[in-house]
Design a protein around this ligand. Structure first.
Ligand code: HEC
Length: 185
């Protein structure tokens, strides 16, 4: 009996003492900088600055004031044009003049008029592509519309390439295009 009490005490204390021994904290003490400890290390070489501007938005209204984070370069316009012809031309016409055969049936609008070229913001156009519009389906968020007419076919970058193209080259392409039977009438 005499041995039981100290043994019991040792057994009960063992976990507490083991936790307090030096090896319990070894993993924590490493050269890495922990929160609120010293200066932040410089960013690694080849990091990409994003200017701290988020393009994550919840709906079209929130997207309204965004501006294109992708510079309007020849490369961006080329990508935008290809995507426009795949995703937008069916309803809005090859050069956005609302002259595709199904334009009148679905009620798609001209994208080369002042309304889209001047009145709408870049962010609103981005939001329209992302979340869809009254009739237009969504291309950035499959669940954006109540009726589920949407896909996530276009990535954030791809959507901005399309916006860059719509606002910077679509009108020129429309003017260069010979009049089609539909647009000539
Ligand atoms: C299935 C047909 C369809 C496709 C494909 C389509 N749109 Fe539309 N779009 C419409 C219709 C219809 C409207 C006008 C009614 C509405 O706002 O939904 C419209 C309206 C718009 C508007 C005006 C929104 C506003 O606030 O008035 C913009 C900008 C636009 N489309 C851009 C695009 C771009 C860019 C693409 C390609 C990524 C595209 N659309 C693909 C049918 C389409």
């Amino acid at each position: 009996m005499r041995f039981v009490a100290p043994l019991l005490a040792a057994a009960l204390l063992a976990p507490t003492m083991a936790y307090a021994w030096p090896w319990s904290q070894d993993m924590m003490n490493q050269p890495s900088i922990k929160p609120q400890e010293g200066l932040m290390a410089p960013f690694p070489k080849r990091s990409v600055p994003i200017q701290g501007k988020s393009t994550t938005v919840a709906n079209r209204d929130e997207a309204k004031d965004l501006t294109s984070p992708i510079p309007v370069s020849e490369e961006s316009l080329k990508k935008g044009k290809t995507l426009f012809r795949i995703y937008c031309a069916a309803c809005h016409g090859m050069t956005g003049k609302a002259d595709s055969p199904i334009t009148p049936k679905i009620g798609a609008i001209s994208l080369v008029d002042d309304y889209v070229q001047k009145n709408l913001t870049e962010g609103w156009i981005y939001g329209t592509i992302t979340f869809g519009s009254a009739i237009m389906p969504a291309y950035g968020k499959p669940t954006a519309r109540e009726d589920g007419r949407g896909s996530n076919d276009l990535s954030v970058e791809e959507r901005w390439h399309v916006v860059n193209y719509v606002r910077n080259q679509l009108v020129k392409d429309a003017q260069a295009e010979p009049a089609t039977a539909a647009s000539a009438k």
